[in-house]
Design a protein around this ligand. Structure first.
Ligand SMILES: Nc1ncnc2c1ncn2[C@@H]1O[C@H](COP(=O)(O)OP(=O)(O)OP(=O)(O)O)[C@@H](O)[C@H]1O
Length: 308
């Protein structure tokens, strides 16, 4: 994609006291993309997000939003941002609609029509005239998102938006964030420590560990297919796995896993291995491509037990 990124981080670094909390973090989010910022607790997600939305200064590096530097052109950069970083401020004794109206009054560009549009976008039509104190956590969050996108920001930033939501709430969040990215071209940046949720929600993810990006990876589309192709493993169900391993010796090897001959291979390689096995008198009962989940790949990369 050749589109100009909505947000671009370049070697963003944050030192607090003597500790480097964020270490040369670089990534970009494009228009219409849902981008996951993934890392275990304490890896530095919130600190990075606070720098993106201007709640904290940078020690080094720069952040551009719609091509404006957050350091030298802050007002021009920040107008393009909608965010929920801490709990969204809501008036609990007002209705959802009254809350939105309240925020709309602070921004003359927001029309009545736009208010209706964001209500529909987050699916709050049926309950918008209820008092916020009656809302579930998921509904409050939807109202927060509606408020954050009312001024049509190019970038929406959400820090751990799935925290505290039940599976249905997470699914709804996923649906309307994707809708926002698709219909309004908004670049959406969401942080999370849960890989499984990000995998379903995002187009790409950056994985943060100890303040450093260790990987940026596509989850959807052709880029993902290409990036992941090399990582696919193939399993052969054969009558004599050990003998099969012997046959392949010196040709990229392989291993026995759950009684199956397991090796990394591309399409052509599968046919070649199959032929070799059959020629060596080994019966092949089945061949299956074992696509590694992002989680498997992540564990391989970091060698850690879990990122949560
Ligand atoms: N103001 C501060 N002073 C000193 N250390 C800080 C400060 N803010 C954050 N840290 C440290 O920086 C590291 C990263 O914290 P941060 O909150 O950004 O992580 P996180 O990935 O958002 O984690 P969590 O999911 O737990 O919020 C932590 O070790 C934290 O203790």
């Amino acid at each position: 994609m050749s589109q100009t990124p909505v947000v671009r981080l370049q070697n963003v670094t944050k030192v607090i006291g003597r500790r480097t909390i964020i270490d040369r973090v670089s990534f970009e989010v494009r228009p219409g993309e849902v981008f996951g910022f993934l890392g275990p607790n304490g890896s530095g997600k919130t600190t990075t997000i606070r720098m993106i939305v201007g709640l904290m200064g940078l020690t080094a590096g720069d952040i551009h939003i719609a091509e404006h530097s957050i350091k030298t052109e802050y007002p021009k950069a920040i107008v393009h941002v909608g965010a929920i970083v801490e709990n969204p401020e809501m008036y609990k004794f007002l209705t959802g609609y009254q809350n939105l109206l309240h925020y709309a009054r602070m921004n003359p560009s927001v029309t009545e029509e736009r208010i209706q549009e964001v209500i529909e976008l987050v699916g709050l039509q049926g309950r918008i005239h209820d008092k916020v104190k009656k809302y579930s956590l998921g509904m409050r969050q939807r109202l927060g998102v509606a408020q954050a996108v009312m001024h049509r920001p190019k970038l929406l930033v959400l820090d751990e938006p799935t925290n505290g939501l039940d599976p249905a709430g997470i699914r709804e969040l996923r649906d309307y964030l994707r809708k926002l990215a698709r219909d309004e071209g908004t670049a959406v940046l969401v942080s999370s420590h849960l890989l499984s949720e990000m995998e379903l929600m995002c187009d790409r993810v950056a994985i943060l560990q100890n303040g450093r990006i260790i990987d940026v990876r596509s989850i959807r589309g052709q880029d993902a297919a290409r990036e992941n192709a090399a990582l696919e493993e193939v399993q052969f169900d054969v009558d004599r796995p050990d003998a099969a391993l012997g046959v392949l010796e010196g040709q990229g090897g392989g291993r026995i896993e759950d009684g199956l001959l397991t090796l990394a291979s591309d399409r052509q390689g599968i046919a070649a291995v199959n032929r070799k096995l059959v020629e060596a008198g080994i019966n092949v009962y089945g061949i299956r491509v074992k696509t590694k989940s992002l989680e498997d790949q992540f564990l391989e990369m970091t060698g850690s037990e879990s990122i949560g």
